[in-house]
Design a protein around this ligand. Structure first.
Ligand code: SF4
Length: 488
């Protein structure tokens, strides 16, 4: 699962695996690949190792991929090679399979009856078994990615017709997946029966968009329509938009970490606005573990809304005490601890005049290895902060993720087997507290009103019993059985 140590160790964070984006234009003259390019730029936070776009024209799929950021790979010249009125794209951070061009997506398969391109966000938990079965039946693989299993299964079943090929494929695979699939004449979206990874639908000038996050629909001037439901397949072609459920056993279990850290704050996922959830998490932290202080600051970027919420709830003045350099590259960082800690100093600096002589509450989204927190406490104290109290808006991360998020080994998760107070001491803080699991759920279930773009009255949606979240990395209980771990 963990393949590129130099890159995965570069930050003390969990990493999202991928982002997907697809466009189907009703006007055959429109350039869908260019729209996908802009969509990928908005999803770049979900993966920076490779990017790819596949477009279909005259029933031929052309695909271009490269290593690095979408904005660097897709020059105007490269984009001009992939014209078409429908296209899918992908940005990748590797968890399954190495970081190499062979594993970059979309994966394309050309066969007797047509061709398909698949962009996948998530991780299949039975990829090895399915791969072996496919290899036994003579199907070759060009990569080590679990996502190639999906493209080969669809291609194998294609003679049954697209709809049947999709349902047969999807019933066979297990794990987390949000898919954007391009065929000779259709764009297809699908989400696993628990909806662990997000996928939403948008409209654009009579055409349609599929995106991992709603911020990417906004980026191309589209209109958000709705989330793809867990266990739903949607097929979009010139004649119709067909939606059906491929699984009766659906139970929403969206990754709670999407709201804590992965998603962009301007996205709305399954009717929860990410920014609002972060503010509420800070408010709840303030309620659960307030401490007397002169200033509350957030670790940029996702700690900032939570710090605002904490300040509101406790009356502690909010300030910007830490500045993050947006231009620190990933390549120079190697996995040893010293270099990692130095990387944190390059990445974050303290505004000394803001923190000097003050009791500071430092809010961050999560603690994974502890490298960032330890270093930030040290530079805050070095800048003259009288006290530093860490407050974390997710519960302790003690277990690995099996659903598309890059997590260190259990032994490297610093919260594993340690109390919050001991961990606080280890990190040099005056106190440390995490939000409770109940508090995190409350931040997600008390939803902000979401208005539509027609200006209609906003609707408020309360979490019902059918709404729940994956909390596996916090609780060790997973929505899908995982070998060696407890199911819910
Ligand atoms: S285990 Fe954690 S990171 Fe993985 S899907 Fe569940 S909540 Fe998200």
């Amino acid at each position: 699962m963990h393949s590129n140590t130099a890159i995965q160790d570069e930050e003390d964070k969990l990493h999202e695996e991928c982002g997907v984006f697809g466009v189907f234009c009703n006007d055959p003259e429109r350039d869908a690949a260019a729209l996908v390019y802009y969509g990928l730029l908005s999803l770049q936070h979900r993966g920076q190792e490779s990017a790819g776009i596949a477009a279909v024209k005259d029933k031929t799929i052309e695909c271009r991929k490269g290593m690095g950021l979408a904005g660097e790979i897709f020059t105007p010249e490269l984009l001009s090679q992939i014209k078409g009125s429908a296209a899918v794209g992908h940005v990748r951070y590797s968890t399954f399979g190495s970081s190499s061009i062979e594993n970059a997506q979309p994966f394309v398969s050309r066969f007797k009856l047509g061709s398909i391109a698949v962009a996948h966000n998530g991780t299949l938990t039975n990829a090895d078994v399915v791969r072996e079965l496919l290899e036994d039946s003579g199907i070759g693989f060009t990569s080590s990615s679990d996502s190639e299993v999906i493209v080969n299964l669809i291609a194998k079943n294609y003679k049954k017709g697209l709809e049947k090929a999709l349902t047969d494929t999807i019933k066979f695979i297990k794990g987390s997946y949000a898919l954007a699939v391009l065929t000779d004449d259709a764009l297809v979206g699908a989400r696993d029966p628990n909806g662990i990874r997000p996928l939403c639908l948008g409209k654009l000038n009579g055409g349609w968009i599929l995106a991992s996050e709603s911020c990417a629909i906004d980026a191309v001037g589209g209109e958000f329509v709705r989330d793809i439901e867990p266990g739903e397949v949607i097929i979009i072609n010139r004649e119709q938009v067909l939606s059906f459920s491929f699984s009766e056993k659906t139970r929403r279990a969206v990754c709670a970490f999407e709201y804590v850290y992965f998603a962009r704050p301007d996205s709305v996922i399954d009717q929860v606005d990410v920014y609002g959830a972060r503010i509420r998490a800070g408010e709840i932290l303030g309620r659960e573990s307030a401490v007397k202080a002169d200033l509350v600051i957030g670790v940029p970027d996702s700690g900032i809304p939570a710090a605002i919420g904490y300040g509101r709830a406790t009356g502690t003045p909010f300030g910007l005490g830490i500045v993050k350099s947006k231009y620190v590259g990933r390549t120079f960082i190697s996995p040893d601890q010293n270099k990692r800690e130095r990387a944190v100093s390059v990445k974050h600096n303290v505004i000394k005049s803001e923190v000097r002589g003050k009791r500071v509450v430092l809010i961050d989204d999560s603690i994974v290895r502890g490298t960032t927190s330890r270093r930030l406490v040290s530079i805050l104290k070095g800048a003259g902060a009288k006290e530093v109290h860490i407050r974390i808006c997710s519960p302790p991360v003690c277990s690995p993720c099996y659903f598309g998020i890059d997590t260190p080994h259990r032994k490297d998760l610093i919260s594993n087997g340690t109390s919050a107070s001991d961990l606080g001491k280890t990190l040099g803080a005056d106190s440390l507290a995490f939000i409770s699991v109940e508090g995190l759920l409350e931040s997600l279930s008390v939803l902000d009103a979401i208005g539509d773009k027609n200006g209609d009255a906003p609707v408020s949606i309360k979490a019902g019993p059918e709404r729940s979240y994956c909390l596996g990395c916090f609780t060790g209980e997973y929505p899908i059985p995982v070998s060696g771990e407890t199911g819910e």
